[in-house]
Design a protein around this ligand. Structure first.
Ligand code: FAD
Ligand code: DHB
Length: 396
């Protein structure tokens, strides 16, 4: 089989790229290692920047999101026993974010692709991308028990952090930058209404906590835990007690989360990682295959979306006007935004978490930084702009 653009991975980046290419009249084939229900149920991100929302609407995947998604005009920071709200529209000239789970984005994009897009194969495990230096990169994969080959004009690795496309780029042609963190997140989903209508990011000496949501009746909550934590050590009661303790403020001493059955529990490691460049000849990397951020800034899914928006525009330019200028600029264009998000995610993470090695001095610095954000519109504006994300055209 041959296609114009071979896409490896049906996460948000691969699926959105396939949609954007389909609408531009460019053929693609998507190969996904897992089955459909696994991909649709994988619990991950929940916050969409306005650029991501606008793009999902533009590709016809906005209908359910606009019905069920929740527009959020701010977040609350809790630290030192106090609460401070950051107002996004006021600080960013009207921008906001949407709470709509990655699981739902993925379901909507899969349904559209199967209804009217190019081929999307589940349980198609890619083993290798070969001839990355030639004119026809070749993808080798197993599907329905048979080894198969897909030749492509271009290959895009949307196959996440553990994907195979990155290794098609010779080690001498790429550089990686990495940072690990001495803590993880314990994430839960609970059938309990969120007690506050916006997200709460809490700094506490007991560690970080985040209160998010999936709907008016489902909460998504996170606790900082040590690396190597076993979920079995965290009973439901221990989780709720710890969330209450970390989210407590002096203004409302009796404040507690609404409790309900916990339907999912998992531990997520945290890491920053960037591969440069995001392209080698006819092979491109997008989303988590190229970069990882710790989740505190809610950037991972949104960066994956902006990569493929830039890439789809570049392919459109090539097939419409014969120009490779945008394709040639792809890596540089994306990396500028990637590094901004890397810095913001690192900043949010290190400002809000308790490093086990941290001194009392370090804690005072964190609290001073948070107090500055609460007191200064300049500092709050910087946070708000980073959180809602810049329109793509303003990146340069
Ligand atoms: P992925 O979603 O990882 O998709 C890659 C796809 O490629 C997968 O479907 C995989 O099965 C497929 N694949 C891999 N290898 C192969 C192969 N060899 N052959 C074929 N297919 C292959 N971000 C936030 O903003 N907030 C969060 O709370 C948050 N939580 C997260 C929790 C976890 C456990 C993880 C891993 C990430 C989380 N993220 C979060 C980040 C966010 O979910 C990702 O940035 C986003 O999923 C990136 O999308 P992607 O399409 O690039 O990669
Ligand atoms: C969610 C995850 C995040 O990492 C974040 O910063 C905000 C919200 C969520 O899953 O809802």
């Amino acid at each position: 089989m041959h296609t114009t653009v071979g896409i490896i991975g049906a996460g948000p980046s691969g699926l959105l790229l396939a949609r954007l290419l389909h609408r531009a009249g460019i053929d693609s084939v998507v190969l996904e290692a897992k089955d459909r229900s696994y991909v649709e149920q994988r619990q991950r991100a929940g916050i969409l920047e306005q650029t991501t929302v606008d793009t999902l609407r533009a590709v016809g995947a906005g209908e359910r999101m606009d019905r069920e998604g929740l527009i959020h005009d701010g977040i609350e920071l809790r630290f030192d026993g106090r609460a401070h709200r950051i107002d996004f529209p006021e600080l960013t000239g009207g921008r906001s974010v949407m709470v709509y789970a990655q699981t739902e984005v993925v379901k909507d994009l899969i349904a559209l692709q199967l209804a009217e897009g190019g081929p999307l194969f589940f349980e198609a495990q890619v083993h290798s991308v070969e001839q990355a230096n030639g004119d026809r990169p070749t993808v080798r994969y197993t599907h329905e028990g048979r080894e198969q080959t897909l030749t492509c004009d271009y290959v895009v690795g949307c196959d996440g952090f553990h994907g195979v496309t990155g290794s098609a780029i010779p080690a001498a042609a790429r550089r990686t930058y990495e940072r690990t963190y001495p803590y993880s997140w314990l994430g839960i989903l609970a059938e309990a209404p969120p007690v506050y209508d916006e997200l709460i990011y809490a700094h506490s000496e007991r560690g970080f906590a985040l209160a998010s949501m999936r709907s008016p009746s489902v909460s998504r909550l996170y606790l900082q835990v040590p690396n190597g934590t076993d979920v079995a050590d965290w009973s439901d009661e221990r989780i709720w007690d710890e969330l209450d303790a970390r989210l407590a403020t002096r203004q409302e001493p009796g404040w507690k989360l609404a409790r309900g059955p916990i339907t999912a529990k998992s531990v997520l490691p945290m890491r920053s990682h960037v591969t440069e460049p995001m392209r080698h000849k006819r092979v491109f990397l997008a989303g988590d295959a190229a970069h990882i951020v710790p989740p505190t800034g809610a950037k991972g899914l949104n960066l994956a979306a902006t990569d493929v928006i830039v890439l789809a525009e570049a392919f459109t330019e090539l097939y419409k006007n014969g120009s490779t200028a945008l394709l040639d600029a792809y890596s540089e264009t994306c990396l500028e935004r990637v590094w901004r998000a890397e810095h913001f995610s690192y900043f949010m993470t290190t400002t809000l978490h308790a490093d086990p090695e941290q001194s009392a001095f370090d804690t005072r610095l964190q609290l001073s930084q948070l107090a500055r954000i609460a007191a200064s519109p300049h500092a709050a504006t910087e946070l708000a702009h980073n959180y809602v994300g810049a329109p793509i055209s303003q990146d340069a």
